[in-house]
Ligand binder design. Structure first.
Ligand code: BEZ
Length: 211
């Protein structure tokens, strides 16, 4: 069965462009985003890695370590990183896992045989400080991911881990949030001193509590 939200992200050892790692030890008690690329020297992946490198400072601010994977060797990744710098202007500033034997790809179910027998799909795993999966995304090889969206999700996950709130459609950091239905109106008045608006009895909106 495929990995599901709440599962512990499987631990593994691997060679990366930043040296050998033991995944859980490398991650420590930070958040992590692990994302796969189908193959080195491919066009969409080249643009994605540039986009991720550009946003690395934003992930750092949120205590999120980012790490990529492709089913090629570390020397191949290092060579490809030169092209990524040429094309996007970005030096890849996070580790890339060499997974030529597909050990990690298979462990995480990143290879979907009906899409390709050999290449990974574009998987994203957001992993919490407790090593548990908080979000998974699966994109086909033909569609590049939006790394601003991954940051937005991290903002929501980190906020909802601390407060009894959820975030509405298209929410961005700083906007109003929803008080979870399990909190009574009486408790909501205590927990959310900025107050709330009940658009429906089950839809109560309050300013973001940590802003
Ligand atoms: C790409 O990155 O453009 C790509 C990778 C694998 C298959 C198809 C496209």
């Amino acid at each position: 069965m495929s990995l599901q939200l709440g599962d512990v992200a499987p631990d593994f050892t691997a060679d990366t462009t930043h040296g050998a790692i033991s995944f859980h030890q490398w991650k420590g008690d930070a958040w992590a985003v692990l994302f796969s690329h189908p193959k080195d020297f491919t066009p969409v992946c080249t643009t994605e890695l540039g986009a991720a490198a550009k946003l690395k400072p934003e992930f750092d601010k949120r205590n999120v370590k980012i790490i990529g994977l492709s089913v090629d060797s570390v020397p191949s990744h290092v060579q490809w990183e030169g092209d990524i710098k040429d094309v996007t202007g970005q030096q890849v500033n996070f580790p890339m896992i060499g997974d030529a034997d597909r050990k990690v790809s298979l462990l995480y179910g990143m290879i979907h045989p009906n899409a390709s027998e050999t290449m990974t799909v574009r998987s994203v795993y957001v992993i919490g400080p407790d090593h548990k999966l908080k979000l998974t995304l699966t994109y086909p090889a033909s569609t590049g991911r939006n790394f601003d969206e991954i940051l937005r999700v991290v903002d929501s996950l980190q906020l909802t881990a601390k407060f009894q709130v959820s975030t509405p459609a298209d929410w961005k950091d700083g906007q109003d949030v929803i008080i979870v239905p399990a909190v009574s109106d009486e408790d909501a008045r205590k927990k959310f001193p900025k107050g709330f608006v009940a658009k429906k009895p089950y839809l109560r909106v309050t300013p973001q509590p940590n802003k």
